[in-house]
Design a protein around this ligand. Sequence first.
Ligand SMILES: *[C@@H]1O[C@H](CO)[C@@H](O)[C@H](O)[C@H]1NC(C)=O
Ligand SMILES: *[C@@H]1O[C@H](CO)[C@@H](O)[C@H](O)[C@H]1NC(C)=O
Length: 476
Amino acid sequence: MTRLAFGLLYTASFISSAIAGSPPAVPQRAANPPLRGSPDLAGYDPSNIISDEDTTKVEYELAPGQSDDAKIGVFLNFDNIEHPQPIRGAKGGTDPGPRNDALSAMNSDLLAPPGTDHGQTISAKWPMALSHSKLGLDSAGWSRQQNTNVMPDAKLMAGVDMRLEPHAYRELHWHVASEWALMLNGSARIQAVDEDGQTFIDDVSKGDVWFFPAGVPHSIQGLEGGCEFMLVFDDGAFSEDNTFLASEVFAHNPKSVLSKNLEVPTSAFDNIPSGELFIFPGTPAPKDIEKQNITGSAGPIPKSKTYSYHWSEQEAHRVAGGSVKIVDPLTFPIAKDFSAALVSVKPGAMREIHWHPSSDEWTFFIAGKARATLFTPPNVATTYDYSAGDVAYFPQSNNHYIENVGDTDVIFLEVLQADHFSDISLGQWLGLTSPQIVKDTLKLSDETISKFPKEKPLIVAGSRETREKLAVQFVS
Ligand SMILES: *[C@@H]1O[C@H](CO)[C@@H](O)[C@H](O)[C@H]1NC(C)=O
Ligand SMILES: *[C@@H]1O[C@H](CO)[C@@H](O)[C@H](O)[C@H]1NC(C)=O
């Protein structure tokens, strides 16, 4: 019944009861059923209406490789597949819905896992695009974070992605965790004062790294072109909402105490901010850094303990499928537990199957499209798909690979909590083990075993052509 019809009914019943001399009855709301249904609907009744019409039929097409033996497990490209389905080889079935085709297309290995996947590992993927943005004051920038709230098993490290518009500040502050950072774009001026009164100031650009030890107060200011950077903290539960901000420290100490402490009248604090600034606009930093270089009797922090490393100026080590460069305490000693690799993998190539014997790995994808299978003993394996902007997390000694499944280079940052960067290569391990032992164990031919590498490949070559040929070969 329409609202209009209901209105007419109400009016009619009002008029008729008024004529009869009795008070108007509450009209029967036939048009609007009550919130709950009849108790009679519970359980079997011969009058129940059951349709046996086939309404769940799904129109779909399979991606190249999707009908292959599921254990081959090639990457399924759902980019141009209209309704991707949870089917792999002879396993699975159609999904009539509800479903989110756009998300499924981005996560083909979750929708249609390789037949070698089994069970469920920790959640090893968090897209920063699903993080809540914290917006800075007056269009000065923003930040967003990944921590144990969204990735409960990523306990050793957390990440914060931050943007500072030209001249904007990340406010003077400190925190309980130590902070390691990679500049993703633009340039910034960073400064700090340590516990001995030694001072630090430097300018960093895209590709450079900094480190601020736990408790050391510091600030960051975007230079002429602004900047974006990725901060990594040595505590998975770190939150950017819980740092010690200069504004809050001043707002939450009695003005009489501030006055006594800094030996100025209380009126000196008349205009201090009433709450946090966090990210806010600033006056342009002078081009000449010397103008902001303040030193006390302890002098500047010496080079051996400095807080920046100009990683952008280090040339990457080239290998068949891409390139790798490492910065760890062997060359950047102050960052004592941060060991990182910046890896570039060509289309079709793959960061080899490996594991890190001394630490969990926190990874951030800077460019491209990739996938990784995380293996956890005794027999759990889950394959995840990653794009630029996603965080990955692989627990200590859990083996994994990172395969480029796109058409452009995959670039990612691996960060460990370790005194030097190290990994163990599956290929090299077997290449340096007696062939007899390998043959007895894995039932591989002598010819296959003879091809195993004695040197760590780091990244194995591959090409888009091979990948497509592989897919086609099993389709036809
Ligand atoms: C840095 O910013 C510029 C300007 O927006 C952009 O063109 C460039 O692709 C950015 N890139 C990266 C990843 O360095
Ligand atoms: C700051 O001044 C000190 C000398 O007091 C000097 O050693 C240091 O290199 C200067 N730093 C910069 C960034 O200019």
